[in-house]
Design a protein around this ligand. Structure first.
Ligand code: NOJ
Length: 583
């Protein structure tokens, strides 16, 4: 009996070890472009999220979300933008599905707005039939067009009532409320939806929502808020996975995963052990924070060590990182049928000791590291987003080695441009997609189990605290026009070719695609420019009728030129006077 136990124990140990191999930090080969195709059946898609695109924030019985409330507070969002109407996606299901058909997408990733379905977030209060109808319509249109829906249950828009009543993700009661919402979605849509992401990028929810407060609900609980929110999110994810597994999987035969985000962290010096450890900490505090409990049952050891030690030095009785009970660990472990992965950029990482002062404790200082960037990395849009394609391959290989080579769907990857840039010929975006998709292809050759790729995003949209100032879309959206018309950028043509060839057949062809894409976009560019001129002319006309702006125009058009002319005349008279005196 004892012998049997020992054998089993060794067997389990070997299994655990074999699912978390060592990642080789010391090898980073930047190989040249790889021409080749993806495995047959590889799924190509594009994505969006409810609050970022739907608009219709108060239509048809929808309840308020924390983003509705947050964006209406002055000073929280660039230019005080809101998602009130955004792309009007709620009213443009047919149009948008046509764009997806044009791209020949295999899947479309979108999220369901919890308060659109359950206005207060509490299922027993009220279910909004109109909300159900909207998602029904979207799903049906997608399926009629042979586009697989990949649905996210939580892309950050918590019902406001749950925030006000319970403190949102700071409170354990969210686990049950979220589970009820998820069950409703399985019940209503699960006959047609087979891919579910419980959460999108919970890192952001925890850190930016409850630690720094840059995102809704804008709570600032440094050093504790993010860890507590994440703890409840992980439990909620596990509960929903179990609900699906026990109550729906038999009938519906779908998959439930989670979409995690991770920037890659590369050691500044790959021959320096301290840098390697710091880079690994960076990745563990980012992706590993959520992935390790879900695949292995508990937080990464390095998080437990660092946060535990610092909490101790700060005189706290327990760690600021909450703990899972043994029952919780086994309940959470393995609750992932596929891993959704969102990835945009990379940082160089080096070791940096932060003093353990209680007053300045935070998620960021807990990690004892510094982030650096190479000034040569292109950064066309968002200030945090540098294009570093090789980091993507590194991250994918890291996932393979750490979590037992899970099935991966890339749920977000893309690049933005700055607001004032109404350029449809987005050559730099083509370059970004080309290189990142190619690194993913190399990762597949390395043996990483990637099944699908989602370009982020289908449309320009509300970019959270950046408002509309950063555009990620394959399609340009004219937000100044009430109808929110969409225009294809050059990257649409390029991505379409990648999809139809299932990869990169050969150099000549790929370069041709790029050339053609840039050629065709110039006519759309002209169209857009003409349209914009028309709308700015209309704006000027509108302004002339506005008394305040007419007054300002009078200042700029009459007063300023008059003052200028007078000063020139006076200077001339003064000059003549001086010349006369000299004579
Ligand atoms: C990740 C978020 O999930 C998504 O909503 C956002 O648009 C992208 N990051 C780009 O910032």
């Amino acid at each position: 009996m004892v012998l049997l136990c020992v054998v089993c124990h060794v067997f389990v140990l070997v299994l655990c070890l074999s699912s978390a191999e060592d990642f080789d930090w010391t090898k980073n080969s930047h190989s040249s472009f790889y021409y080749g195709t993806f495995p047959a059946g590889f799924s190509w898609g594009a994505g969006s999220s409810a609050y970022q695109t739907e608009g219709a924030w108060d239509k048809d019985g929808k309840g308020l979300s924390i983003w509705d409330v947050f964006s209406h507070k002055k000073g929280k969002i660039q230019q005080n933008d809101t998602g009130d109407s955004s792309c009007e996606g709620y009213h443009k299901v047919k149009d948008d599905v046509s764009l997806m058909k044009e791209l020949k997408l295999n899947h479309y990733r979108f999220s369901i707005s919890w308060p659109r379905l359950i206005p207060t977030g509490i299922k027993s209060d009220h279910i909004n039939e109109k909300g159900i109808q909207y998602y029904d319509e979207l799903i049906n249109h997608l399926l009629e067009s042979k586009i697989t829906p990949i649905v996210t249950l939580y892309h950050w828009d918590l019902p406001q009532v749950l925030q006000e009543k319970y403190g949102g993700w700071q409170n354990i009661s969210m686990v049950n409320h979220f589970n009820e919402f998820a069950s409703l979605c399985f019940e209503k849509f699960g006959n047609r939806v087979k891919y579910w992401n419980t959460f999108n990028n919970p890192w952001s929810v925890a850190v930016e929502g409850y630690e720094t407060g840059e995102h809704a609900p804008g709570v600032r609980l440094r050093g504790t808020g993010a860890y507590r929110a994440a703890h409840h999110i992980i439990k909620a994810h596990a509960k929903v996975w179990h609900t699906y597994d026990t109550q729906w999987r038999g009938k519906q035969k779908g998959l439930v995963g989670i979409s995690l985000s991770g920037d890659w962290g590369e050691p500044v010096d790959i021959s320096n052990q301290k840098d390697i450890e710091a880079a690994e900490r960076y990745v563990q505090f980012y992706l590993g924070w959520f992935a390790t409990p879900i695949f292995h049952g508990d937080y990464p050891q390095v998080m437990k060590d660092f946060i535990g030690r610092k909490s101790n030095q700060q005189g706290l009785g327990t760690s600021r990182l909450p703990t899972f009970s043994p029952q919780e660990k086994s309940y959470i472990k393995g609750t992932c049928d596929f891993l959704g992965l969102g990835h945009f950029t990379t940082r160089y990482i080096t070791q940096k000791n932060n003093p353990s002062v209680r007053s300045s404790s935070s998620y960021f200082t807990d990690r004892d590291l510094a982030e650096l960037v190479d000034p040569r990395w292109p950064d066309p849009g968002s200030e945090w987003l540098y294009s570093v394609p090789w980091g993507f391959r590194r991250l994918l290989n890291f996932v393979k080695s750490q979590y037992g080579n899970p099935m991966i769907y890339v749920t977000e990857n893309g690049v933005s441009e700055k607001m004032l840039c109404t350029e449809l010929c987005d050559d730099w975006r083509i370059q970004y997609y080309k290189d990142y998709i190619n690194e993913m292809l190399k990762a597949i050759k390395d043996g990483v189990n990637v099944k699908g790729y989602t370009a982020w995003s289908l449309l320009d949209k509300f970019e959270w605290d950046e408002g509309y100032s950063e555009r990620f879309g394959l399609y340009y959206v004219d937000f100044r026009n009430k109808n929110k018309p969409r225009y294809p950028k050059a990257s649409v043509q390029f991505y379409k070719r990648v999809i139809s060839s299932n990869g990169f057949p050969n150099q000549r062809e790929v370069e041709n695609w790029r050339r053609k894409a840039v050629e065709t976009c110039s006519s759309s560019n002209q169209l857009l420019a003409a349209e914009e001129q028309r709308s700015s002319a209309a704006n000027i006309l509108r302004l002339i009728h506005d008394p305040l702006t007419s007054h300002m125009e009078m200042v700029t058009e009459i007063v300023v030129p008059t003052v200028c002319t007078l000063s020139i005349l006076l200077s001339a008279v003064f000059l003549m006077f001086l010349l006369r005196r000299r004579n």
